[in-house]
Design a protein around this ligand. Structure first.
Ligand code: HEC
Length: 104
């Protein structure tokens, strides 16, 4: 009797685990998809990036033109310029995403 495990319960349990994993997987992917689309958080994020860009990136030189470089080049430029502009990680990310969004 003890060897006969209640299979339906096990299956339901496994299904539950699978469902949780699926939900976790889906929601972990959602932000990445959302960046490409339009939602409030992204619009706000980009707007903040633009404000930071406008206010800090024209201090030492003319305000750069976002369309002068491709997204790949901007990674390196921002890695060099974010410390110059004393941006924190979040600000760095917002400015980068703003710059790249202008290009599209
Ligand atoms: C503290 C001064 C300072 C600030 C603030 C600053 N930069 Fe610069 N930037 C420089 C200097 C100096 C150079 C030239 C350095 C070089 O060519 O190595 C430069 C060069 C550049 C270039 C040309 C790079 C190339 O390879 O052609 C770009 C684009 C640029 N900055 C973008 C930005 C952006 C975007 C910001 C805001 C996040 C910013 N900079 C903020 C000092 C600054």
């Amino acid at each position: 009797m003890k060897l006969k495990k209640p299979k339906p319960t096990n299956l339901r349990f496994l299904f539950l685990i699978g469902a949780i994993a699926a939900v976790a997987f889906t929601s972990s992917c959602t932000p990445k998809t959302a960046v490409a689309g339009t939602n409030m958080i992204t619009a706000e994020h980009l707007a903040q990036g633009k404000v930071i860009f406008d206010n800090t990136c024209g201090k030492c030189h003319d305000l750069p033109n976002p369309t002068d470089h491709n997204a790949q080049d901007w990674v390196g430029i921002m890695n060099a310029m974010a410390p110059q502009a004393k941006l924190n990680e979040k600000q760095h990310e917002m400015v980068y995403n703003y710059i790249v969004s202008v290009k599209k």
